[in-house]
Write a protein that binds this ligand. Sequence first.
Ligand SMILES: *Cc1c(COP(=O)(O)O)cnc(C)c1O
Length: 392
Amino acid sequence: MGEFQVRKDWLAFCLPDISEAEVEAVGAAVRSGWWAKGPRTMEFEKQFAAYVGAKHCIGLNSCTAALHLALLTQGIGPGDEVITTPLTFASTANTILHVGATPVFADIDPDTGLIDPDEIEKKVTPRTRAVVPVHYSGLAADLGRIGEICDAHGLFLSEDAAHAVETRYNGELIGHHPRGAVSYSFYATKNLACGEGGALITDDDEIAARARVLSCHGMSAGAWNRYGKGGSWRYDIEEPGYKYNMFDIQAALALTQLARMDDMQRRRFEAVQVYEEAFAGVPELRLQKTPAYCHHSRHLYILRIVPERLSISRDQFIEELKARNVGVSVHFIALHTMSAYVGRFGYRSEDFPRAYAFSESEISLPLYSALGRENAAYVAEAVLDIVKKYRK
Ligand SMILES: *Cc1c(COP(=O)(O)O)cnc(C)c1O
């Protein structure tokens, strides 16, 4: 291999995959004059439910909203405990605090970054009401074991599927006939993106009905159409709800991306293949393992450095990548180390040692459908160049 050449332009960590179809769909939604929640949102709900194979889909403005609603439908609140992972984005646990309950962290499996069912079991108390596993990076959490724990203790299962569009557990898509509620994100960086957006999936009629009402101010069903000819001006507020619904311009983007999923996923996998081939057998790098039961959606490419084998820290490794014009990120800064959680619960970093060690050695490499093999090959070369320069 020749000398490494730094590219001229910055390679972004993540970019949306924009085709003419997205531009046309948004244009058509704008021209239709129906800008708020309407026919496109309902079409997306129908198509997304059919795609994952679930009875109900409620289109929302974020995954955070979906996670919040899932807990609200169960009446979870003050005095209750909800078990989740510290290796996640803030919303997963913030929403537990939003309902007034207490998030209880269970440590992860160091090979995958997924919540460890044995750790969940240790954290169950008489106050535990629910478990919120995260399908971290696009791997599936161990739903079989977690489901058994939920059964044994009468707990609600609320899956954080923000990374899990296209993830499969035992061959079935996440969200396929779920036992509780499943929350998706369509945030700009996610596998299926519409800028901001989310959905709640469930097979349970009561959960669906309650979440739908709560997602739109607590208005009685059908009130979204109160300005249409077939609609009625009369509505009731059944309880003080939230303003969480998806709207049609979002839905136009989401529908287009859903139709393009196969092609977009194929290109994600091409990039992953470049990384996996380049990093195989490099002792300074530790690759994520995929459990046998699981099909990885490849939302994130998780790379970990082996700190003992390098003369630079993870943070310096990131600086070296930046100097080579590669944008990277970290998923996640362990949530129990964040001020809001330290302040409230007095956590120390070592309280969840595996999540902390994982978080401190992790680097997320660029992975998106618009990345392309050549850019992935450049990133891989940059990583290997840094390893070569700083290996002990
Ligand atoms: C992105 C993300 C969320 C939040 O999604 P929003 O749609 O932005 O609310 C929740 N959980 C995880 C694990 C995420 O990565």
